[in-house]
Design a protein around this ligand. Structure first.
Ligand code: GLN
Length: 483
């Protein structure tokens, strides 16, 4: 059953070939058999899942419900889930039971999905390898000595091992696309403002965006359909019509103008990954697309700019975790200052503390102009690069990550090397643009992701382009050995 697409599962449920309870049990059994070696889940909500599955079966029996009714999925543990621990991968929130659902969770639950549990992630979504999680690293199902990417590494690994039919993720600088690439799954980061951030624990509010991770673009389209749309509880969500993403999946790509930024094929790109991405682009020219070289001249500034903007926003967002209102509190504080200091020192991990310090520094009175203001200006330049590019082309293609999955521990002592994993994804977040990563030919048995970047609110075109590729290739259907 876990090899079927959501559309096929939905048809099976409707035809009563199997029930949602059976399907849910199937996934729960896979989780209990396989996840000990992967660590992709922080919390498994077995009881609640079976209750939801029973309710879905009742609804399906009356002939009602939609395509997601009774489909078992997993949520990244950054989304608030009512009555269920929402840890954000941190000791700080290890004991936090959310009193409400995030909009994304509420909408998917409303569409009838079954929640299997909450997936592992880098602490507060800060990381590219899932090694900063308080709950321990996630292993890549394709090679357990390797990382799954991050920060949505739990969702990516769970998807790659088919421990769920789809999963949610979030992407601030690449956290959906980079783990999707490293684990061989499909992941889309929508336009900033397309999906509500309400109830999604904030890391860098001007960059954070939620999206689905799935086995295919077709499945991702079904998930995004429900997740997307205006939410009055998120002041940055956009009042924009959500198109029918499934309706245009089969549109022809004849004449599609693809831009290949020369900066995305530079010396930092692994030779095998380059070859795989170039092969994938040939599949597109075979379908009638036209390719031209473009330039995004400020690409080289994106990582440095991000590591001013994102920490600045994080230092402000994370100030709410003070040991007073919710989350971790140190033992026997002697006074208020001691309570703040020790709760935050003990509750946060190293990477989170590093970002809070950098953020507080770049926002401080003496350095604000030199760093924060400068970064805001650079952010404009980066956005303008894309604006110009989209005057010439319909989509931009390149690698999602410069390498395939790297070894567990390989970059954990070198933050800058780790930060460079997102060199091809970060600029998209700085500009607020949508991007998708889809599996192309593996290198030495490890998955590679082709990234497709679109213009604002052009998710339908990205899903269409991704789906057409997946009609021509089978990479997205390959499963790691032993799952
Ligand atoms: N790896 C980047 C970081 O650590 C991006 C993470 C993300 O997208 N949440 O900030």
């Amino acid at each position: 059953m876990h090899n079927k697409s959501i559309t096929q599962l939905a048809a099976g449920l409707r035809a009563m070939d199997f029930s949602s309870v059976e399907l849910t049990r199937h996934y729960l059994q896979r989780i209990s058999r396989l996840d000990a070696g992967l660590n992709s889940f922080i919390t498994i909500t077995e009881e609640q899942a079976l209750v939801q599955a029973e309710a879905a079966d009742k609804q399906l029996a009356t002939g009602e419900g939609g395509v997601l009714t009774g489909i078992p999925i997993a949520h990244k543990d950054i989304f608030c889930t009512q009555g269920v621990r929402t840890s954000c991968g941190s000791r700080m929130l290890d004991n936090f039971i959310s009193p409400y659902d995030a909009t994304v969770v509420e909408r998917l639950t409303g569409a009838g999905v079954v929640m299997l549990g909450k997936t592992n992630m880098d602490e507060f979504a800060m990381g590219s390898s899932n090694e900063t999680s308080y709950y321990g690293p996630v292993k890549n199902p394709w090679d357990r000595e390797k990382v799954p990417g991050g920060s949505s590494g739990g969702s990516a690994a769970a998807m790659a091992a088919r421990l769920c039919a789809a999963a949610t993720g979030t992407d601030t600088g690449g956290s959906i696309r980079q783990p999707a690439a490293l684990c061989g799954v499909t992941g889309i980061k929508p336009t900033y403002g397309r999906v509500s951030r309400y109830g999604m624990i904030a890391f860098a509010s001007s960059l954070d965006q939620a999206g689905p991770m799935a086995a295919s673009a077709e499945d991702a389209a079904l998930m995004l359909q429900v997740m997307a749309g205006f939410d009055q509880r998120d002041s940055t969500s956009m009042q924009q019509q959500v198109p029918d993403y499934s309706a245009t999946l089969n549109d022809s790509l004849q004449g599609l103008k693809i831009g290949l930024p020369k900066e995305y094929f530079d010396a930092g790109l692994d030779a095998g990954v380059r070859q795989s991405v170039e092969q994938a682009i040939e599949v597109y020219t075979g379908m009638g697309a036209e390719v031209r070289e473009i330039t995004l001249p400020n690409t080289g500034l994106a990582v440095a700019t991000y590591y001013v903007v994102a920490p600045a926003e994080c230092s402000s967002n994370l100030s709410r975790f003070d040991g007073v209102r919710f989350g971790y509190r140190c033992e026997n504080p002697v006074d208020l200052e001691d309570l703040y200091k020790r709760s935050r020192s003990e509750g946060f991990g190293e990477e989170v503390k590093r970002r809070i310090l950098i953020g507080a520094y770049v926002l401080s009175a003496g350095y604000y102009d030199a760093y924060y203001l400068k970064a805001q200006k650079l952010r404009h330049l980066i956005s303008d690069d894309f604006k110009q590019a989209f005057e010439e082309v319909d989509v931009i293609m390149g690698p999602a990550s410069p390498t395939t999955a790297f070894g567990v521990g390989e970059k954990s002592d070198d933050p800058v090397a780790m930060y460079l994993s997102d060199v091809y994804t970060i600029a998209t977040n700085m500009a607020g643009l949508p991007g998708i990563s889809i599996p192309c030919a593996p290198v030495d048995g490890m998955p590679v992701g082709l990234q497709i970047i679109g213009n604002y609110f052009d998710e339908a075109r990205l899903l269409n382009a991704a789906h057409q590729f997946q009609q021509q290739t089978q990479w997205h259907q390959q499963l790691p050995e032993g799952v």
